[in-house]
Write a protein that binds this ligand. Structure first.
Ligand SMILES: [Zn+2]
Length: 107
């Protein structure tokens, strides 16, 4: 975070700099009460602590749905950045790839 804050200083981006400082201080003060601990979260996407919490929350919300699936998988497909003029071709290709994945039987 400190290196990112330095980059913001050179670019005079005070908004982003503030976000990075919030992440730097995320969970730096923890209060314990009645066998539980509490802290202040920054809730930024680039914070590893807050991302993990957000991911756990999403899994918890979707769990009732995917627990009924026979064989659930989590899959992330990525491609290199493409030029704007070929973007629609790439998106169509991704849809074709998804349809092949969905109809291909598991061996
Ligand atoms: Zn955070």
């Amino acid at each position: 975070m400190l290196n990112l804050i330095d980059v913001c200083k050179t670019k005079e981006d005070s908004q982003r700099q503030k976000s990075y400082w919030n992440t730097y201080h995320c969970q730096n003060k923890i209060i314990s009460s009645k066998n539980r601990i509490y802290g202040k979260y920054c809730k930024n996407r680039f914070c590893t602590v807050c991302s993990a919490i957000r991911k756990a929350d999403i899994i918890h919300r979707y769990y009732p749905t995917f627990k009924s699936w026979e064989e659930p998988h989590f899959l992330t497909l990525t491609v290199r950045a493409v030029k704007i003029k070929s973007l629609s071709k790439w998106i169509n290709g991704m849809f074709r790839a998804f349809s092949l994945i969905l109809i291909t039987p598991v061996l």
